[in-house]
Design a protein around this ligand. Structure first.
Ligand SMILES: Nc1ncnc2c1ncn2[C@@H]1O[C@H](COP(=O)(O)OP(=O)(O)O)[C@@H](O)[C@H]1O
Ligand SMILES: [Mg+2]
Length: 272
């Protein structure tokens, strides 16, 4: 099992889109994937076709429960003809109230998700994708304490470089506090790349600020929005214009994830 958090403290950059695209690619490849929806807005939960979820991740974080994640896993409602149907630990609106409650735990509540994921019998999926909320609060911190690696998503827009820098700093601070020195940075996923001069300019700026760190980009495409709106995997959109191209871009991104245990022989590099 390899766990990857998809992060950015900004909203609307494409975290959930990348999580769903990767889940689609992983499923099409025959992998068992689990999506943990840590955003109270629950977009990954509905994107996976689950409209009446169980208590999900909110119950997992309510108290210290080693191995507690396994008991909240439910199947998503994606079609089963693509590959193994992704599983989900759902979000719920209650999660928004959980975050300030976590902050009152005198012993610190940074590692509840880590305990729930790694304790007990654990999780036996090939890949766990954690969709993070748009903040650097305790929910995102819980994700960073729990995962092996981080995929930082950004748009190629103004202030993207600054936003990435803040997140990289946060990851580094967590690495210092974790005995295993994780999470590693898989890289920067540049999403919603349009064919405009502006997009090209900010994409170049990111490449210059983080040489060798930018992953193959995901372009702005109507097929990506359509997949989310219809709660379908982008790999199941068939001959829709742009669907095959979008699917291929998520396949390329999946290729860059550390899919073997222990991260051996993978392109993952430590954060500088
Ligand atoms: N590559 C893309 N092509 C087209 N639309 C996209 C793309 N990436 C994201 N979007 C759209 O942009 C909006 C924000 O994306 P989302 O994944 O919800 O961001 P976040 O999870 O970071 O808040 C959504 O409506 C989504 O469908
Ligand atoms: Mg989101």
């Amino acid at each position: 099992m390899v766990a990857v958090a998809v992060v950015n403290q900004k909203g609307g950059v494409g975290k959930t889109t990348v999580v769903l695209g990767l889940a689609s690619a992983a499923s099409a490849r025959g992998l068992a994937v689990l999506v943990v929806d840590l955003d109270p807005q629950g977009n990954a939960t509905t994107g996976l076709g689950v409209f009446e979820p169980g208590p999900g991740v909110d119950r997992v974080l309510a108290e210290e429960r080693p191995g507690g994640l396994a008991s909240e896993v439910e199947p998503s409602a994606w079609p089963s003809d693509l590959g193994p149907v992704p599983d989900l630990v759902a979000s719920s609106p209650d999660l928004a109230v959980r975050e300030p409650q976590l902050a009152t735990d005198p012993l610190g509540a940074q590692d509840r998700l880590a305990l729930a994921l790694r304790g007990g019998a654990g999780i036996d999926h090939d890949l766990v994708l954690v969709d993070c909320p748009p903040s650097l609060g305790l929910l995102t911190v819980n994700a960073l304490f729990a995962v092996d690696a981080v995929l930082l998503v950004t748009e190629p827009g103004a202030w993207a470089v600054d936003g990435v820098a803040r997140m990289v700093q946060t990851i580094d601070r967590i690495r210092l506090r974790r005995p295993d020195g994780r999470p590693n940075l898989v890289g920067i996923s540049v999403n919603r790349l349009g064919r405009t001069r502006d997009g090209r300019y900010w994409h170049e700026q990111l490449g210059e600020a983080y040489p060798g760190r930018c992953l193959p980009p995901v372009h702005l495409r109507a097929a990506v929005t359509e997949a989310a709106a219809r709660s379908l995997p982008v790999h199941a959109l068939g001959r829709r214009p742009g669907a095959a191209e979008a699917a291929a871009e998520f396949d390329a991104l999946l290729d860059r994830l550390p899919l073997s245990d222990g991260l051996a022989g993978t392109p993952v590099e430590a954060v500088a």
